[in-house]
Design a protein around this ligand. Structure first.
Ligand SMILES: NC(=O)c1ccc[n+]([C@@H]2O[C@H](COP(=O)([O-])OP(=O)(O)OC[C@H]3O[C@@H](n4cnc5c(N)ncnc54)[C@H](OP(=O)(O)O)[C@@H]3O)[C@@H](O)[C@H]2O)c1
Length: 275
């Protein structure tokens, strides 16, 4: 950790151990593991959520390298009713790791877990397909944030909650109706949490990232379902964002706290909260 970053984090959170929750951290490379890795390098212990995969061994290596704790918990977010149970499991896991359970809270929460689909043209898409994208991409992040807040598991004052969206919330690409609807919802959810948690001095951000080099895209490219070069050609950077850069984006939000809900240096789009 750089001296500057360490000083800023200590000013914000004090001398105690730092804890972050990152959902959707099971893939490598992937947005969630990139963020979890950078947070560990910056001195955070991490609760890393995995979806259908049991765990991400890469995160264990990074935790060892930076002498931080990583607790990996698996949960399928397609079951809306399961989210409160997930918070129970988080509380048990941190308690088992020797953390004072009563006073425990997350300094940083990053909602990454999400699914995508790219062959859903509007006249044909099935409502059930949209509903399932909404559940995993939007409702799970909403109910998890609510449950954590109601149980006082969000550091206040000082905490940061990041909702990972997509530029699909404001740009229209054919074939992505369900994904776009879910990402528009997450943007609004972020803005409302930002406004309502502002009096508690909790920072809430929504960020769109850009086109990230991840396992999912690599597989699609290998299977001839996606043209990597073409996808990147429309980006301002003309190259994919590396997964670790997504972690840099989250650390950037911690270093320059603002009430900007929609910001992404990686994706050139910048929109003021609530507008
Ligand atoms: N890659 C990009 O270019 C890009 C750009 C902007 C935004 N994003 C956003 O970043 C997030 C992660 O994307 P990624 O590209 O890193 O994809 P990814 O590698 O496929 O990661 C998705 C994560 O979500 C988890 N997940 C999927 N379905 C789930 C379910 N039903 N329950 C619980 N967890 C589930 C996955 O876990 P399992 O695989 O273990 O099930 C995985 O950890 C998504 O929200 C995506 O919209 C990505």
């Amino acid at each position: 950790m750089t001296g500057y970053l360490e000083r800023k984090l200590r000013e914000r959170f004090g001398p105690r151990p730092l804890w972050a929750l990152v959902t959707g951290a099971s893939r490598n490379p992937g947005v969630g593991s990139g963020i979890a890795g950078e947070l560990m390098a910056a001195g955070f212990n991490v609760v890393a959520h995995c979806g259908r995969s049991a765990r991400n061994p890469w995160l264990d290596d990074i935790a060892l390298q930076h002498r931080q704790e990583v607790l990996q918990l698996q949960m399928d977010f397609s079951d809306a009713a399961a989210m409160a149970g997930f918070v129970n499991r988080i509380e048990d896991a941190v308690g088992d790791a020797g953390v004072d359970r009563a006073g425990f809270s997350f300094d940083v929460i990053v909602h990454v877990a999400g699914i995508s689909a790219w062959d859903e043209v509007a006249p044909e898409i099935d409502l059930a397909a949209i509903q399932s994208l909404m559940q995993v991409n939007a409702w799970s992040a909403f109910t998890l944030t609510q449950a954590l807040w109601q149980r006082r598991r969000v550091t206040a004052p000082g905490g940061l909650i990041v909702f990972i969206g997509s530029n699909h919330w404001y740009k229209v690409y054919s074939g992505f109706l369900g994904y776009a609807v879910s990402k528009s919802a997450i943007e609004r959810i972020a803005c409302h949490f930002a406004k309502d948690l502002a009096p508690h001095d909790v920072q809430v951000a929504h960020t769109t990232l850009g086109w990230v080099d991840c396992e999912r895209h690599r597989i699609a490219q290998d299977e001839g379902r996606y043209d990597y070069e073409q996808a990147c050609s429309v980006l301002p950077t003309r190259k994919p964002v590396a997964a670790w850069e997504c972690g840099g984006e989250v650390l950037g939000l911690l270093l320059t706290p603002s009430r900007i809900g929609n910001s992404s240096r990686l994706d050139a789009g910048e929109h003021l909260l609530g507008q």
